[in-house]
Design a protein around this ligand. Structure first.
Ligand code: ZN
Length: 326
């Protein structure tokens, strides 16, 4: 094992835990994944995560003293200053969790936390599809629509740490109910969970999407991609509807920030150029002034399955930056 300083990354997803030991240059020397299920007792769940982290260090033959910082990527909402999760809907029973304090008590510091979309934009910016840029927006396009902003060469969190919640931009007056409690949000139209709920009701029995899924009630965006690539009319129409909302969301973001690049994750990556990016770019050009759209690239995320490992490491890098900044 090389002698460079190491970082420990902890990525807590709604269904998976990913731990990684790596360098500031994004070289992952050891990683570990397991399913995660919130037991309802957050203290016990965190103790188990810390146990896995200590074992990862032992397995890698690395002493804790060599780890410069620990970074946590966690489902929002996150209070970054207090180091707390604020009743994350994806971790039932966790409530308000002082995660940074708990992990510091278990593993030692410094420990930093980012919400998962912010950790992801940091990872895409440092190591993925946004390398070398000063202004970049990332949209997760997964179960929900998470957003992250790199503005003027750094992660923009806003004064209270909750800037970039782009999935809750209003796209429809009197629109569909969103998981956040509001109505008409971007996520209510373009998020994977909201889409799957709609597809359960709308997918025709016997259609290609229903066949791919093994039944109309099982259809998700993934099956819709397969059906659309087969030329299925229902699946193509669903993608056209989804793209329209994604284009509207992107238009708002483009007018607000005029970034050099907007990077789209999961569902957009699965859909690819023909179903997503090519027609999406054309529609965005219709919705946004040329002065802004001419300088805007809309591209797929670059990290794929490496994202979970790198997101935690990037959160750890922010801990070091914060230490340096005092
Ligand atoms: Zn919402």
């Amino acid at each position: 094992l090389k002698r460079f300083p190491l970082l420990l990354g902890i990525d807590i997803g709604g269904t998976k835990l990913a731990l990684s030991l790596g360098s500031a240059e994004g070289e992952v020397v050891r990683h570990f994944r397991r399913p995660i299920e919130a037991s309802g007792d957050a203290r016990r769940d965190v103790a188990r995560i810390a146990e896995d982290a200590r074992r990862l260090l032992v397995d890698a033959g690395v002493d804790r003293s060599r780890v410069e910082a620990v970074g946590i990527s966690a489902p929002g909402p996150v209070d970054v200053r207090a180091g707390e999760l604020v009743e994350p809907p994806n971790l039932p029973g966790w409530g308000r969790v002082p995660l940074v304090a708990w992990v510091e008590a278990e593993l030692g510091g410094p420990v930093a936390i980012e919400n998962d979309a912010n950790a992801a934009v940091l990872a895409e910016w440092r190591f993925g599809a946004g390398r070398g840029l000063r202004d970049l927006v990332y949209l997760t396009m997964s179960t929900g629509v998470g957003g992250g902003l790199i503005l003027d060469g750094r992660l923009y969190r806003g004064p209270r740490g909750n800037a970039g919640e782009l999935g809750h931009i209003l796209l429809e007056a009197d629109g569909l109910r969103c998981a956040c409690g509001l109505a008409g949000c971007f996520e209510a139209y373009a998020g994977g969970a909201a889409w799957a709920k709609r597809l359960r009701d709308e997918t025709p029995a016997g259609s290609a999407a229903a066949v791919h899924a093994g039944g109309s009630e099982q259809v998700t965006a993934k099956h819709l991609v397969a059906a659309a690539l087969d030329g299925d009319a229902f699946a193509l129409a669903e993608f056209a509807r989804w793209r329209e909302y994604v284009a509207r969301g992107i238009a708002t973001i483009a007018f607000a920030f005029a970034p050099e690049r907007i990077v789209l994750g999961t569902i957009a990556v699965a859909a690819g150029e023909d179903l997503c990016f090519e027609p999406l770019r054309a529609r965005v050009r219709e919705l946004v002034w040329p002065a802004i759209s001419d300088g805007l690239e809309i591209v797929p995320a670059g990290l794929g399955s490496r994202l979970a490992e790198l997101a935690g490491l990037c959160a750890a890098l922010e801990a070091i930056d914060a230490t340096v900044a005092g």
